[in-house]
Design a protein. Structure first.
Length: 607
């Protein structure tokens, strides 16, 4: 339509709005004239056509005087507006109902509930609304939460989160990967790939790229192939900005010639930083303490009491009668990082009650009366408590690698302090020993246990000592004002000197967070320093996020949901671990417009 014709129609509509509504009882609807009486439309907005229609089809109304026509026109316009609002209200309600369906489905996935929980939740909603606002029951009945609907909604949300991640990845300056592999309930090897990226504004994104189901072997070649395929298919990103890869240290991941990381380096064509998870290394360091003679007895006693229902009930009733500090013993689980320390603490707290409970039993444990064994128990309880404190510091999402390295470095200094004090017979940092071991034996036992501390120090030095260059780089990013400019690389020396001589930036570093400090630096003046900071912030220090996700996987794919498909399991994992918010309005609009969604096909098995 030409501009001239558009202006002509607009002009005629203006005349129409001011004169024709009351004269011929009509209005404008989508560039056409609509008769308010019979609801017929006239395609040509000319007065002659309108007058002929009005006088021919509504002769009785044509006889009304102008004032009566005004009243009649106002009434007809009001009726038309009311009808239009009804359709608009229905459309809005439908969109709201669909949005609620998406939101509830997301919560079902995040909570690890079955897809069928949607039907149960709908029943609860209808019960509540029937009592609170029965006139709204019809709206809630339209909320679709059947098993198949929830399944499709979860797939759509997962796809939306993947699309958002793909958009964010395109803005990353640098990124790193965390990889780990484990088997699910059906013995399917599941490879988790997490990405941690940072953009120019120092905004960090830490999200699940994909869960790759490996039906056959899990060699380094197989793992590297899955990683390359997953990154290309799901993110469409190359490896140009890949900084580092963090793994659990398994041979398939880290083997020198055929490990997954080595093969990825060959594919990329350059070397990348390789990290063995700091938490795993810390746990391996603790294995150097040879106290199996203590743990074997503790585990045997715990299993004896807890594995038999009658004995367990009797023991708990006995503790209630004794007014014990704790109400029960806890099992030891080897694969859980903090289990050993917590079991020992609980055992020591209930040691007297346990000895009294077992003294008349058929199985005897003479170690409970052995002074040397008890002394080892007290020391092992204290040192594992310190190790657990370090482990907790290293856990959590979005940890910065130099913060984790600083925690390890501080712990190594604590161990040296413990060794020195124990050699002098001081046990101030070993409260269980100080409370239960006589003072006159502190010197003798201190020398004995100082040797164990020394073994721990040597193992930490062997596994968790950074190279000089890495140590300087991490120190530079954490506190650029405390490093010697001559120790950093040549491309950073002049920038470090400029920065250290700036009182403004020194105050900024002292008063604000590291994020704000590096965001405030001049992009041109401190270009190389900012680049190093971006790379360092993007590095995974541990595979904690993978371990946490495997726990979520086991919670979802359990004995009751063993037939859950790999695709739907991956959708649930993405929703459960994502920090992004689904674009509900976009999802609703796509459903309204009838666009095909790239979701997964419905599952044939139970959810």
């Amino acid at each position: 339509m030409s501009e001239k014709k558009k202006r002509k129609i607009e002009s005629e509509h203006r005349v129409f709005n001011t004169e024709w509504t009351n004269k011929y009882l009509c209005t404008v609807s989508k560039d056409k004239i609509l008769c308010l009486v019979c609801r017929e439309t006239l395609a040509v907005p000319k007065e002659y056509n309108l007058r002929r229609h009005f006088e021919t089809k509504h002769p009785n109304l044509a006889k009304l005087n102008p004032n009566e026509k005004i009243i009649k026109a106002a009434s007809l316009v009001k009726n038309l507006s009311g009808e239009q609002q009804i359709f608009k209200k229905v459309s809005t309600e439908n969109d709201t109902v669909t949005k609620i369906s998406f939101q509830i489905s997301k919560e079902i996935a995040a909570a690890g509930k079955c897809f069928t929980e949607g039907e149960f939740l709908k029943k609860c909603l209808l019960i509540a609304v029937s009592e609170l606002c029965p006139e709204k029951r019809g709206i809630f009945e339209n909320v679709s939460l059947s098993r198949m609907t929830v399944q499709r909604r979860i797939a759509d949300i997962s796809t939306n989160l993947s699309d958002q991640l793909k958009q964010r990845v395109s803005e990353f300056c640098f990124y790193s990967l965390a990889m780990d592999e484990s088997t699910d309930l059906k013995d399917t090897a599941q490879l988790l790939i997490f990405i941690r990226g940072i953009d120019k504004n120092f905004e960090i994104t830490e999200e699940l790229v994909g869960m790759c189901s490996m039906m056959g072997r899990t060699t380094g070649k197989d793992i590297s192939s899955e990683v390359i395929k997953c990154m290309n298919d799901k993110l469409g990103v190359d490896f140009a900005n890949l900084v580092a890869i963090c793994t659990d240290g398994a041979p398939a991941m880290c083997r020198k010639n055929v490990g997954a990381v080595t093969l990825l380096e060959e594919f990329i064509g350059r070397q990348i930083t390789k990290h063995h998870c700091i938490i795993h290394q810390q746990v391996l360091c603790s294995k150097v303490l040879k106290f199996e003679h203590v743990m074997s007895v503790v585990v045997s006693i715990v299993n004896l009491i807890r594995s038999r229902g009658l004995k367990h009930r009797t023991f708990r009733a006995f503790l209630e009668g004794e007014d014990a500090e704790c109400s029960d013993l806890i099992y030891h689980t080897e694969v859980r990082w903090l289990s050993q320390g917590r079991v020992l603490q609980r055992f020591v707290a209930l040691k007297e009650e346990i000895a009294k409970f077992l003294e008349n039993g058929p199985i005897k444990f003479p170690e409970l009366e052995n002074e040397s064994w008890n002394q080892d128990l007290f020391f092992f309880c204290d040192i594992t408590a310190h190790l657990n404190d370090l482990n907790i510091q290293l856990q959590g999402k979005n940890q910065l690698i130099f913060q984790m390295c600083a925690a390890v470095k501080a712990f190594k200094m604590k161990l040296k302090l413990f060794r020195s004090q124990l050699s002098k017979g001081e046990m101030c940092h070993f409260p269980t020993c100080a409370q239960n071991i006589p003072q006159n034996k502190h010197a003798e036992l201190g020398e004995k246990y100082a040797k164990h501390i020394n073994l721990l120090i040597e193992e930490f030095d062997r596994r968790l000592t950074l190279s000089k260059d890495d140590d300087i780089q991490l120190k530079l990013i954490e506190d650029p004002f405390s490093v010697d400019p001559e120790e950093v690389t040549q491309d950073l020396q002049l920038e470090v000197i400029e920065l250290q001589c700036s009182a403004v930036y020194r105050n900024k570093h002292r008063e604000s967070s590291l994020w704000d400090f590096y965001k405030s630096l001049d992009d041109e003046k401190y270009k190389n320093l900012i680049e190093v900071a971006l790379k360092t912030f993007s590095i995974f220090g541990s595979t904690y996020i993978c371990e946490q996700t495997f726990s979520i996987m086991n919670m979802n794919k359990n004995k009751q949901r063993s037939s859950l498909t790999d695709d739907h399991l991956e959708d649930i994992m993405k929703i459960s671990t994502s920090n992004m918010t689904p674009e509900y309005d976009k999802l609703v609009a796509e459903k309204r417009s009838g666009e095909l969604q790239p979701g997964k096909p419905p599952s044939c098995g139970p959810s």
